[in-house]
Write a protein that binds this ligand. Structure first.
Ligand code: KG4
Ligand code: ZN
Length: 336
């Protein structure tokens, strides 16, 4: 009986072409990410057609690099895990078809993985999961609270009704004429600003764990417009700090309440916005006060990568889940 299992992960859902090899779902053997950020910067956001073309150009190079870095061969590999959704359809298709072609050629099991399950499993490289756990997912496309009672099971208890947190960051950044992606830019401006503007917080209904960020985004945009019309210039640092304070306040208050309501043993944070310094700091403070164990992945594992896909794929592999040759890119795949 083989004791070690090696999974190849493939991720192409947005603007990173990534391949990784992971041992037993917990140990990164190689993790190669080719970012396209520079190509999209001049358009102020991800251009789907440009993204797909880059993935096609990069995927074989990144795949070879991942094997070289790992010093492994296909003989060592047990399965191939690939992001099947959600994401940009043309971008996803590159990964899905690469996964299928490799699985067919190398005679390996194929496993379709939900992108958000991947973000969640990025935390397993740090520490073993303790169930029931609550995951706060904050990325460019998602803001969700997911309850997990065991490996590979996901129950959505709250989600955004409009913009995702990362999307709000990127839109506000554009208003402030900051380069794409705006999240990290606002994060560093915020560290130097004062929370001098009282932007709204959307709490929604008392018992709801849903989020809404479009009102906040509009309020920031109106504040900037009004100031410009009056010929005033507001400090970008203060706008960033005040905007971030509102986002962080809502995210943390709702996550804490959900953690207490569901009596979880662990809270984990995932997605690109988990890289936010202000959010990380406040989370650590609030959850240590509440005495609830908190897990946030290291910065390099917060944003899109394929190690997280391989880690989530390993769990599915162990549970005997397999995808067929009909596996397809699914831009609106539901986490379950
Ligand atoms: O998870 P991710 O890499 O891609 C998606 O699956 O969406 O997340 C990207 C998002 C972008 O909106 C980016 O602006 C945001 O994460 N982001 C941040 C920070 N770093 C990345 N937002 C706030 N603060 C950051 N430091
Ligand atoms: Zn992502």
């Amino acid at each position: 009986m083989k004791t070690n299992h090696y999974i190849v992960g493939i991720e192409t859902s947005c603007d990173e072409t990534a391949v990784a090899i992971v041992k037993n779902g917990k140990e990164i053997i190689s993790n190669v990410v080719a970012s396209q950020i520079d190509s999209h910067k001049r358009f102020g956001g991800v251009v789907p057609e440009v993204a797909s073309r880059h993935h096609v150009e990069q995927i074989t190079i990144v795949l070879e690099e991942a094997f070289k870095e790992a010093s492994l061969t296909w003989e060592d590999i047990d399965a191939i895990a690939v992001t099947e959704g959600p994401g940009l359809v043309g971008a996803l298709l590159v990964g899905v078809n690469t996964g299928k072609a490799l699985a067919f050629a190398k005679q390996k099991p194929l496993i379709g993985v939900h992108h958000i399950a991947g973000h969640i499993y990025a935390n397993r490289f740090e520490r073993e999961f303790d169930f029931p756990l609550l995951a706060l997912i904050v990325s460019g496309g998602h803001t969700e609270l997911v309850l997990m009672n065991d490996h590979g099971t996901y129950e959505l208890i709250g989600e955004t009704r409009d913009d995702a947190a990362g999307e709000a960051y990127d839109k506000v950044a554009r208003m402030l004429e900051l380069p794409y992606p705006g999240g990290p830019q606002i994060d560093s401006l915020a560290a130097r600003g004062a929370e001098s503007i009282n932007f709204p917080r959307a709490w929604l209904e008392e018992d709801s764990f849903d989020f809404s960020f479009s009102g906040l985004k509009s309020s920031v945009i109106n504040t900037i417009h009004n100031a410009r019309q009056r010929g005033e210039t507001l400090s970008k640092e203060d706008i960033a700090a005040s905007f971030q304070a509102s986002v962080v306040d809502v995210l943390i208050t709702k996550t804490l309440k959900a953690a207490q309501t569901y009596n979880v043993r662990q809270v984990i944070v995932a997605g690109g916005v988990a890289a936010n310094q202000g959010l990380r700091q406040s989370l650590e403070e609030k959850f240590s006060q509440a005495d609830i164990p908190l897990l946030i992945p290291p910065l390099r594992l917060c944003t899109d990568n394929a190690a997280m896909i391989a880690a989530a794929g390993f769990v599915a592999y162990e549970q005997g889940k397999r995808s067929g040759w009909d596996l397809n890119a699914n831009p609106s795949l539901v986490l379950k």
